[in-house]
Design a protein around this ligand. Structure first.
Ligand code: GRF
Length: 208
């Protein structure tokens, strides 16, 4: 038993999470790691925002926090170069964006190509951008959802890894819809991360 545990731990992959805000998706990942549903070690939580509650969540779980504030840098490129250095030092198997509200610099996307993922609260390619839930709600679509995708140089355009639909009912308010979307996110993101780390995601024959 003990031996199996040790072997299991040795195999755990190193992941890093980037978050700018509340960090409820980050929390879902922490919980899934704690329950051994994700076989990984969260090496750091990186944030651009000193007020991000995600930083507090990391501290509460003894996870290293790295705060890199764009305002401390002359240009966005300088900021991204510093972030790149930190990421190279950590050398994560997977970089997980969880409500990270800035575009990652090209240098980071190139260096970690295929190892950066994001979660978006709509069915991409619909309702890209920072207000996916509200935009879908206000448009009046009857079905929206959640997308997990690879990150490329553009916003919300990378190859789709997983998607789940969420119906919008006539009696929904924006708040009830948000609640249901987040519930799906908190299940789908950890599940997808676990599958990616175990190489269990079936590669489809559409070049995806
Ligand atoms: C989530 O809805 C996620 O899809 C989007 O930003 C939100 C982050 O929420 N990218 P939280 O910080 O994880 O609570």
């Amino acid at each position: 038993m003990v031996e199996t545990d040790i072997i299991q731990k040795e195999k755990a992959k190193n992941i890093v999470v980037l978050a700018s805000g509340n960090g409820s998706n980050f929390q879902a990942i922490i919980d899934a790691v704690d329950r051994d549903e994700i076989n990984a070690v969260i090496s750091a939580l990186i944030s651009n925002n000193p007020d991000a509650y995600a930083l507090k969540r990391a501290s509460l779980h003894g996870i290293r926090t790295v705060l890199i504030k764009p305002a401390d840098y002359e240009t966005r490129d300088d900021y991204n170069n510093t972030l790149l250095k930190v990421l190279i030092e950590i050398d994560p198997h997977l970089i997980i964006l969880a409500g990270y509200m800035l575009m990652l610099g090209k240098q980071i996307v190139h260096r970690f190509n295929g190892r950066i993922i994001n979660i978006h609260p709509a069915l991409l390619p619909s309702f890209k951008g920072a207000h996916g839930i509200k935009d879908a709600y206000e448009y009046g679509v009857k079905v929206t959802g959640v997308t997990v995708h690879y990150v490329d140089e553009e916003m919300d355009t990378g190859k789709i890894i997983a998607q789940e639909a969420v119906r919008i009912f006539n009696e929904d308010t924006l708040e009830t819809l948000e609640e249901r979307i987040h519930k799906v996110e908190h299940r789908l993101y950890p599940e997808t991360i676990a599958e990616l780390l175990n190489n269990k995601l079936r590669k489809k024959d559409r070049g995806i």
